[in-house]
Design a protein. Structure first.
Length: 565
């Protein structure tokens, strides 16, 4: 089976994380000291390889920029070296079992203790002045949170870019659904020297899913095998940190974007820090995807143009943040509005005091399921009369999904004959209207099998009937809808699942409509739900699932005023 390029991007975007990012650094003005390498012992005796580079002038002690990475420290050590020209020591460490560090690499599970121990080692060095900031993207962002969870006093500020959150709400499990896209990442880190095989895409349908690695890569990937066994939230206890954040009262610059697969996780971390009352939580959110914003930012993504104003000088932003919180430089960072948000459709930035801001008007759209037209149902501002609508999810008929947000264009059409989803449309907006999150959907649903997955995608439908996806879909595995339960669903009884939706802010044109699409697969980014309660690791039996939605369901988001008061 030949796979089109857009679909290959859907599956393989995680692999891009192993490719070093191109950072815009200043040209050398002063010579750099050569880095020194250290074997830093962790509490269990495992030594982690750590690079230290000090400024050529000044001292003897400096504030420290600290990076932890599973991708080999040499690249980051060079790319972050420009901080030494601004009076910072730069420390980069290979995570356990990666690069030149010994031990076993078990993603996320050792990073809390190792991060704390590394901070403790830095704090005892003569060249450390007692002020450490951490920076990095994706895995190197998540390890910042895990290191901070221990509350080490030397850590003063973070810049987690496109960060994940607790592993059962992000990776490898996303709200209870195992991310099949992570199998590529696991393979690349397990066999970094192997050539990429010629993929047989039909092998992604292999059951049990624990055997997909052998079918797809032709080799066993132990990380993937283990993840298929770790299918309960408690299996990831050592890598969870959201509850620990109550003790992490330090300034954080949270960074993400519309097309970032970690955008919801970034928002979850932001919301938790807000809930604990921690000051100086800044949120920078633009029209970027998971890795591209770290490079020379494109102004067009998936066929949508955002204009030159979407570009930012990220390195200048990072430096101002660290100068203020690590050096005490009076550069105005703490007086700026903490939320910098790009509004798509308007293609402009807005500065806000909160997310959501107090000026936002909460809007609730109810599911009106009684009058289908052209294969769609209605979103209404008033509660709908009691009714239900249904679709059938057939695991064996799931197709390789052309994700609109990872295709060559984020524009797509609804198939009016589709029987594997429910689509709802609002009335046409009488004038340009800006809507955004944080948003969520309450789905009131019933199934005739023990389990099913639920995905909710938001889009704008223009006057010609073309849809524009706004961001990634929210989702939940129904049996984990409360974040803890693993019990099979009672047959035919209605239950409620709250699905947190990805953050966005978008201006809907006059005459356009808000579209909500509910379905039960997003394959191959996520494994198929087989419709049974059999263990993921060994399940081979599939069952079709009838999914009924109730008109008691609703979508909650915010209307955003266009102009500043």
């Amino acid at each position: 089976m030949t796979l089109p390029l857009p679909l290959a991007r859907t599956l393989l975007f995680i692999a891009l994380l192993s490719v070093p990012h191109i950072l815009r650094c200043q040209a050398a003005e002063t010579p750099l000291r050569d880095p020194t390498n250290h074997r830093v012992p962790m509490r269990d005796g495992v030594a982690l390889s750590t690079s230290v580079r000090l400024p050529a002038q000044g001292g003897p002690a400096f504030p420290v920029i600290f990076v932890r990475t599973p991708y080999g420290k040499a690249y980051d050590a060079e790319q972050r070296a420009h901080y030494t020209r601004h009076g910072y020591a730069v420390v980069v460490q290979d995570c356990r079992g990666t690069g030149e560090s010994v031990g076993d690499f078990e993603p996320y599970l050792h990073e809390k203790e190792d991060g704390y121990d590394a901070l403790d080692w830095i704090s005892r060095q003569a060249w450390c002045d007692g002020h450490v900031g951490m920076i990095g993207a994706s895995y190197s962002a998540q390890v910042q949170w895990l290191a901070a969870a221990g509350g080490h006093p030397v850590l003063k500020a973070l810049i987690p870019q496109v960060s994940g959150t607790d592993p059962f709400f992000d990776v490898p499990y996303d709200h209870g659904i195992l991310k099949l896209s992570m199998i590529e990442w696991a393979y690349k880190l397990t066999y970094p020297e192997r050539e990429t095989p010629v993929y047989v895409w039909d092998s992604l349908y292999t059951l049990p899913v624990s055997r997909i690695d052998e079918a797809f890569f032709g080799v066993d990937v132990p990380l993937w095998n283990r993840w298929t066994q770790m299918d309960r939230p408690e299996d990831w206890a050592k890598a969870r940190f959201l509850e620990d954040l109550r003790n992490v009262d330090i300034p954080v610059l949270h960074v993400s974007g519309n097309w970032d697969v970690e955008a919801l996780s970034t928002q979850m971390n932001w919301q938790r820090m807000q809930a604990y009352g921690h000051a100086h939580q800044h949120f920078l959110f633009g029209p970027w995807e998971h890795t591209g914003f770290l490079e020379d930012v494109p102004t067009t993504f998936s066929g949508i143009a955002y204009g030159e104003g979407s570009r930012l000088d990220f390195e200048a932003i990072w430096l101002r943040w660290f100068d203020h919180w690590l050096k005490g430089t009076a550069n105005g960072v703490s007086q700026e509005k903490p939320v910098q948000l790009f509004v798509t459709g308007l293609n402009t930035w807005v500065a806000l005091n909160e997310w959501p801001d107090t000026r936002f008007a909460r809007r609730t759209w109810h599911f009106n399921l009684s009058r289908p037209a052209d294969g769609t149902h209605a979103l209404s501002s008033a509660p709908a009369p009691p009714d239900t609508a249904s679709y059938t999810y057939v695991p064996d008929s799931v197709r390789l999904n052309m994700d609109p947000e990872f295709a060559e264009s984020a524009l797509f059409q609804l198939d009016p004959h589709a029987r594997d989803r429910i689509a709802l449309l609002s009335p046409p907006f009488p004038q340009r209207t800006v809507l955004g999150g944080p948003a969520y959907a309450d789905l009131v649903f019933a199934v005739d099998r023990p389990d099913v997955d639920l995905f909710v995608l938001l889009a704008e439908m223009d006057t010609a009937g073309q849809l524009r996806a706004l961001t990634h879909p929210g989702k939940v595995r129904a049996s984990f809808r409360d974040g803890r339960s693993v019990a099979p669903l009672p047959s035919a009884e209605f239950a409620t699942a709250r699905i947190d939706l990805f953050p966005f802010a978008h201006a809907f044109s006059a005459g356009s409509r808000l579209a909500v699409i509910v379905r039960s697969s997003w394959f191959p980014r996520y494994i198929r739900n087989l419709g049974t309660s059999d263990p993921i690791e060994s399940a081979t039996r599939t069952q079709a699932v009838n999914v009924r939605l109730s008109s008691a369901g609703q979508l909650v988001l915010y209307e955003i005023p266009e102009r500043e008061p």
